[in-house]
Design a binder for this molecule. Structure first.
Ligand code: C2E
Ligand code: MG
Ligand code: MG
Length: 754
């Protein structure tokens, strides 16, 4: 059972605990992963908004530069002078470029005429050849857009002239484009602005404008301002290819999408910050979940273990007998079926044995149930010691056990096992300080000879047990088909007896009892008779036990009682005696039925005698005593039949109020010649006198027996010598003629001979 439990628990652990642990671990990991992921997302969102902020700040700076250009570019003087080109170069250099450099720090600038020829290439530090082909190439796009926008700003008026009517951005009053470029590998902000008249009215035809382009270096100063505007901490610039790990960055491009510079800054990491704050709490929570899960799982494991244990206990209890711990009837049947199912030819014989303790009832009744239990336990221990490991022993009911002996090579081996069982019980059982000798009867059926089904083998073992008991107990019988015939016959007889009772097909014979003092018939015993239609007359010694076994005895006894009460009116002066079987005597309605019968036949109870044998005392002393007292109160006499044939404990006589003692025929038989038998008879008669009981001798067959019993004072005499039992009409003359010498003798002689 233990091993089974741990396997079961192991399975529970695998099927419940492991998945639960798995789920909890996964859930915790998932929560952590989600946290890390969302903190990353938050960090990334923060960086991209910082990047946007930075871009907007750069745009603001560029817008500012463009705004500063407005003063020099949107100006009639500049417009006209630029139109006229080369001759005004110096003027333009001085009034536009130098002015922008001084006023706003546009350290370099270019002025192009409407054909995109360079009019002025200004550098505050005097550098002459800073304008490269690559630079002009990079600026091509913004210049083209400014020129296009400028041309598109002319609106044709109804008078056929063009009016310059540009659409400006926001608060600007110039047409410009902005961006970043590299000049001599340094980053510069640039703005391209169309040079336009400040009056907004241009009389001439539409023409591309001249443009002024300002370059402002992106140096630490402007980066500082950028950082201030965007609220980013310390922006640094690196070469575009130079990535700084752990820093947020943005690569700024020129109009041709070539990298100009990489700006780096320390990003804010709100997600990481949040994670750092939440993480300790989460770890504590995870630990708490782990602990809680462990506690719950442990609890679940404990309770499943308890459940498994109690289930196993319940199963065990349902299969075993609590007193002896042996398998019970149902479980035995299962085990038997199993071992029969696994039978194969080579494995030999399987014996099913029923075991019944002889006279166990007596032990229970005389020594009490505790002693009875003790005996059962002792017998169990001895049976267990004998049954081989392949066999089974079980307790079927009260004092009934059963065994299965498997794999027996021969019947001799089975017999050997049974003899060992008997031998084990030769040693007395010590119970409550006394040594008890217990014997048992056994009935065996053997597979495959006697059958292969559990039911069939059990039934046959039971029949064999019955045979063993019927043949004197303390022995064993093997099932034999003839026994089954007996059982069948018994069942047939029972069926036919039932029919005979119902059809009034039984009869009674009366046997007179004569007073040894007067020679008169003072009582007659009623004896049931049954003549079977085919089998002929059957002795009550045969069919009464069958009636007992099959539950017919009550109806049978009642039938005889009625007949006796009816016929008793034929002989008003004699007592009528009826045999009552123990089962009938203990029937709960016995007294009521008796009273009803007496009343319905109008027979005074004082004329009735009831004969019971000692076996009536098997158990239930008090109940028997109560019935006897009731009978006494009614005035009915009670006789102890067949005294001396059974246990004949004298204590019965003292404890129970018998009126009559009927000495068993076995004592009468040798009364004619055996001095010992005569001595015993004298003792019994003295005992009867001492206890104030009428003593009846039955089975008197000879004159010597009658004379001896008369001589020692036996009060009533019964037997073939006086009269055989006979039907009422045959007995009537015996009664009528009794006590009248020869006449009586003639009649009785006829009957004796009959
Ligand atoms: P029992 O009550 O001891 O009856 C006496 C038996 O001895 C009767 O046998 C009777 O015929 C027989 N008997 C009488 N005198 C002599 C004799 O001189 N020599 C010999 N050898 N036998 C003699 P029966 O009628 O065969 O009855 C046998 C037993 O059957 C009875 O023994 C009684 O125990 C039982 N029995 C008979 N009738 C009834 C009945 O109506 N109810 C019950 N419960 N049992 C009955
Ligand atoms: Mg009798
Ligand atoms: Mg008798």
């Amino acid at each position: 059972m233990e091993a089974g439990n741990s396997i079961k628990n192991g399975r529970i652990a695998n099927t419940i605990i492991m998945p639960v642990i798995g789920i909890v671990v996964l859930a915790v990991l998932f929560v952590f992963a989600m946290l890390v992921w969302s903190s990353r997302l938050t960090d990334e969102a923060a960086v991209s908004s910082e990047r946007m902020l930075l871009n907007e700040s750069i745009q603001l700076q560029l817008d500012q530069i463009a705004k500063q250009q407005e003063g020099a570019a949107v100006w009639d003087d500049a417009f006209f002078r630029a139109e006229r080109g080369l001759e005004n170069r110096d003027w333009l250099r001085h009034h536009v470029s130098a002015w922008l450099a001084e006023g706003y720090g546009h350290s370099r600038s270019l002025i192009l005429d409407s054909d995109r020829n360079v009019l002025v290439a200004f550098d505050r530090s005097g550098e002459a050849s800073w304008v490269s082909e690559a630079l002009l190439n990079a600026l091509k796009g913004p210049i083209a857009r400014v020129r296009a926008r400028y041309i598109n700003s002319f609106v044709l008026t109804p008078s056929g002239t063009y009016k310059f009517q540009p659409v400006y951005r926001n608060y600007h009053h110039s047409l410009f484009e902005t961006g970043l470029v590299r000049i001599e590998s340094a980053p510069y902000y640039f703005t391209v602005t169309a040079i336009a008249p400040d009056l907004h009215t241009i009389g001439s035809d539409r023409e591309p404008p001249s443009v002024v382009i300002s370059f402002v270096p992106m140096n630490s100063l402007s980066l500082g301002r950028l950082a201030e505007m965007s609220g980013l901490s310390s922006i640094t610039a690196t070469q575009p290819a130079n990535v700084r790990p752990g820093m947020a960055d943005v690569v700024l491009k020129d109009p041709n999408n070539a990298s100009v510079i990489r700006l780096n800054w320390e990003p804010k990491r709100p997600g990481t910050d949040m994670l750092n704050r939440i993480l300790p709490v989460m770890v504590i929570l995870a630990l708490a979940v782990a602990v809680l899960t462990a506690v719950l799982l442990n609890y679940a494991r404990q309770s499943t273990r308890k459940l498994a244990t109690s289930e196993a206990k319940a199963v065990y209890a349902s299969q075993h007998d609590s007193l002896t711990g042996l398998p019970n009837r149902d479980f035995f049947n299962d085990l038997l079926k199993q071992s029969l199912a696994s039978i194969d030819e080579d494995r030999g014989l399987t014996a099913v044995v029923y075991i019944d303790l002889d006279h166990f009832k007596d032990i229970n009744d005389t020594l009490g149930h505790a002693a009875g239990d003790e005996v059962l336990r002792a017998v169990t221990a001895r049976l267990r010691a004998i049954v081989p490991p392949t066999g089974t022993v079980a307790r079927i009911s009260g004092d009934e056990f059963a065994m299965v002996l498997n794999q027996c090579s021969s019947r001799a081996l089975i017999e050997y096992q049974l003899s060992r069982v008997q031998d084990e019980l030769i040693r007395p059982v010590k119970v409550a300080g006394t040594e008890l000798f217990v014997s048992l009867s056994m009935g065996a059926a053997v597979a495959p000879m006697d059958g292969s089904g559990a039911g069939e083998l059990l039934r046959k073992a039971d029949i064999a047990l019955y045979d063993a008991k019927a043949n004197g107990r303390g022995r064993w019988s093997f099932f034999d088909p003839s026994m089954e015939e007996y059982v069948q016959t018994r069942d047939n007889i029972a069926r036919e007896l039932r029919r005979a009772i119902d059809n009034d097909a039984l009869a009674v014979a009366y046997q007179p009892q004569m007073s040894s003092k007067t020679g008169k018939i003072t009582a007659i015993e009623t004896l049931v008779r049954w003549t079977h239609p085919e089998r002929g007359p059957i002795s009550p010694a045969n069919f009464v036990p069958i009636a007992e076994e099959t539950g017919l005895i009550n109806d049978l006894g009642l039938w005889v009682l009625r007949r006796a009460c009816r016929d008793a009116h034929l002989w008003p002066d004699v007592m009528i005696s009826v045999n009552i079987s123990p089962t009938q005597f203990r029937h709960p309605r016995f007294i009521d039925q008796l009273i009803e019968t007496l009343a319905s036949y109008d027979l005074p109870p004082s004329r009735l005698e009831i004969e019971v044998t000692e076996s009536v005392f098997a158990g239930k002393d008090m109940a028997v005593l109560n019935v006897m007292k009731r009978l006494r109160e009614l005035g009915i006499k009670i006789a102890l039949d067949d005294f001396g044939s059974g246990y004949s404990s004298l204590s019965y006589l003292r404890r129970f109020p018998f009126d009559i003692l009927k000495i068993d025929r076995d004592f009468i038989l040798p009364a004619g010649d055996s001095p010992q038998a005569q001595a015993i008879l004298r003792t019994i008669i003295d005992l009867g006198e001492a206890l104030d009981m009428t003593v009846v001798a039955e089975g008197i067959e000879t004159q010597e027996q009658m004379e001896f019993l008369t001589s020692i004072g036996c009060e009533r005499l019964q037997g073939y010598y006086i009269s055989r039992p006979g039907p009422a009409q045959e007995i009537a003359p015996v009664i009528a003629g009794s006590g009248f010498g020869d006449q009586f003798k003639i009649v009785t002689e006829q009957l004796r001979a009959g």
